[in-house]
Design a protein around this ligand. Structure first.
Ligand code: GSH
Length: 146
């Protein structure tokens, strides 16, 4: 699933790429080759002429910077994109993953409090980032709940 983030960025940027699928069930992620390129033996990982980047958000940022598209070149604009990338992987995603895990592993519905708390967090409205002096009127928002 998270490989789609890398592929989406590649498509948006119009960069050529080849997909090398790995057999997770067959244990390919535990191979020595995978261990060398992926710190946590997870995908996606990209190999850009020998420069290896793991972690989907880092991959997306790297590709955008490399192509000089989808990300502003000024420091503040760039930081805003980094902010939303962090928000996606460290705020939004863990909350939604927790809801999924409760659904998968708490079929007996014993984790009421945890379920309610996570859903409360997921339903929290997202305030737009404040407009920056350089971009008055520019605000961003992403939906969190689903
Ligand atoms: N934080 C990582 C998470 C990557 C991740 O969870 N990848 C999954 C596939 S979507 C994976 O490799 N799972 C195999 C495993 O953890 O053993 C990222 O955003 O790239």
């Amino acid at each position: 699933m998270k490989d789609l983030r890398a592929q989406w960025a590649l498509e948006e940027l119009g960069l050529p790429y080849q997909v090398h699928a790995l057999d997770h069930i067959g244990g390919e992620l535990d191979s020595e080759a995978c261990r060398r390129i992926s710190p946590f033996r997870q995908v996606p990982v990209i190999d850009d002429d020998g420069f290896i980047v793991a972690e989907s958000a880092a991959v997306v940022l790297y590709l955008a910077k490399e192509a000089g598209k989808l990300i502003p070149s000024d420091f503040q604009g760039c930081t805003r994109v980094v902010q939303w990338c962090f928000a996606a992987v460290s705020t939004v995603e863990p909350t939604l993953a927790c809801i999924d895990l409760i659904g998968m592993f708490d079929s007996g519905k014993t984790a009421h409090k945890l379920d309610a708390e996570v859903r409360r967090i997921a339903a929290r409205p997202v305030s737009p980032a404040p407009a920056s002096p350089e971009r008055p009127g520019t605000q961003e928002a992403v939906p969190c709940a689903r």
